[in-house]
Design a protein around this ligand. Structure first.
Ligand code: GAP
Length: 453
């Protein structure tokens, strides 16, 4: 549910930037597009991967108590019986008797069609799982589902992970991957689509310590967004009331973000208790429990689940980073992207296309590309080229001029401060590495100077 509020940037501006610069295209556009499906273009795929990598670093790479998993999208159909999705993963659907548009009744403020004001049908429950068939025969026995969440892959692998990693409680499994939901209403660009990606953690804890871990993960996850540059004032916690808790949840809190259409869910954090392990144990006949060495008994851990959407994080990052200001005497659009997330880390810009300068600049470009995604642009004026890089969030431009051929130095221009620093080419990589790592007080290399404040 969206809570109306005014955000800094309108959705149209973001959609237009994404289209214009190749972040996101409508899916199968040449055929008129496919409703609520999106293709991430050359810059979008980089930003998206950087988001997933940042999440993986924070949740798996830098922690002793977490391991990763990549389970399959198609799972045994019994999974979805046990999880409650076959019976209960539904939204209340209403249809307008006038214009025949369909809506989720719990999304509507009144009892009339928001499009034409027409009368609506009685709500009926509509299951959100996509069905398909496994093998050549399309009968009831061969029905399988496209997973509507990645979580179940982690629950059914609980014992495999436990036995192969010998982890002790508390520990968690992390997974990033596609999920599919046949949503009744989609929209708000990539906010709610039918095919999307999730970044989910299932954290197994001793019963009785669950409240403490729930609070821990809520704070941890808010801090993660802030560490990537999202402003704290644009994030808000929304605890669920008892009445709205999902069937499996003992407690749940959404991390809401101030999107262009208002406050809406970016991530959900739930205390799932022992619901999932008990359900899968009874449905599969396998004992999904943990042997507690201290108490010398088997216990069923409780699960804390921080579940984030990759696409919603992408949208929140773009909203937060979007800005318009004036630079070098011209209006500019810019993305203040965190260097870890920026699709292109630096762009090499030769001041002229003259052969000897171009080949010199290309050598620098080839060297930097060994380490980072780097751009090269020699078309139009230097001002236009800066503008193009600002608009896609490139943190640094490396300008190569005729003097560079003599003094073997280049100029680094900073996207946000517009400061320009002249550094020896020998120190260029080290300088960029320090700056991309967020070192504000970088000491200039020998021979380097601040060229312009
Ligand atoms: N395993 C728990 C679970 O899936 P959820 O609240 O239904 O919980 C978690 O989904 C997150 O997945 C949401 O906070 C959102 O970021 C993302 N998400 C869910 N449905 C989505 C959709 N249709 N389009 C884009 N992202 C979606």
């Amino acid at each position: 549910m969206t809570e109306p509020a005014k955000a800094k940037v309108e959705m149209e501006k973001l959609v237009s930037l994404c289209r214009r610069r190749g972040f996101i295209f409508p899916s199968s556009e040449i055929y008129g597009g496919l409703s609520s499906c999106w293709d991430y273009g050359p810059l979008g795929v980089e930003l998206k991967r950087n988001i997933k990598d940042a999440w993986w670093r924070a949740t798996v790479q830098q922690r002793d108590d977490m391991v990763g998993l990549d389970s399959s999208i198609l799972m045994h159909p019994q999974t979805w019986e046990a999880s409650g999705h076959v019976q209960g993963f539904s939204d209340p659907l209403v249809e307008c008797k006038g214009c025949h548009l369909r809506w989720r009744s719990d999304d509507l403020a009144g009892d009339k069609c928001p499009e034409c004001g027409g009368e609506l049908t009685e709500p009926r429950l509509f299951n959100l799982m996509f069905k398909t068939f496994m093998g050549p025969v399309e009968d009831k026995a061969s029905v399988v589902y496209l997973r509507p969440e990645t979580a179940q892959g982690m629950f059914v692998n609980f014992e495999n992970v436990l036995n192969t990693t010998r982890k002790r409680l508390p520990f968690g499994i992390a997974q990033v991957g596609k999920s599919f939901r046949n949503e009744v209403t989609t929209g708000n660009f990539i906010f709610r689509s039918r095919e999307f990606e999730q970044m989910e953690i299932e954290y197994f804890v001793r019963p009785g310590t669950d409240k403490q871990w729930f609070d821990y993960w809520v704070e941890e996850r808010v801090n993660w967004y802030v560490s990537l540059g999202i402003k704290r004032e644009n994030l808000k916690l929304r605890p669920h009331t008892k009445e709205e808790l999902a069937h499996y949840a003992r407690e749940c809190s959404d991390i809401n973000y101030l999107f262009p259409m208002g406050w809406a869910e970016l991530e959900g954090i739930a205390n799932r208790g022992d619901f999932d392990l008990v359900q899968h144990a009874s449905s599969s006949g396998k004992g999904l429990s943990y042997y507690d060495e201290e108490a010398k008994e088997h216990i069923v851990p409780y699960i804390i689940e921080p579940s984030a959407g990759v696409d919603r994080t992408f949208l929140a990052i773009l909203c937060d980073a979007y800005d318009e200001d004036e630079a070098e005497g011209e209006k500019r659009v810019l993305l203040h992207l965190h260097p870890d997330l920026a699709p292109i880390k630096a762009a090499v810009l030769p001041l002229s296309r003259k052969e000897h300068l171009a080949s010199f600049a290309k050598e620098i470009y080839a060297d930097l590309r060994k380490q980072w995604m780097v751009g090269y642009d020699d078309a139009q004026s230097i001002g236009r080229r800066y503008r193009r890089q600002d608009e896609i969030g490139t943190p640094f431009c490396v300008t190569v001029d005729f003097e560079s051929l003599e003094d073997k130095q280049v100029t680094i221009r900073e996207r946000d401060s517009l400061r320009q620093i002249r550094v020896p080419i020998d120190s260029l990589k080290a300088t960029l590495r320090a700056k991309l790592g967020g070192e504000d007080l970088f000491v200039l290399p020998d021979g380097g100077k601040v060229w312009k404040e």
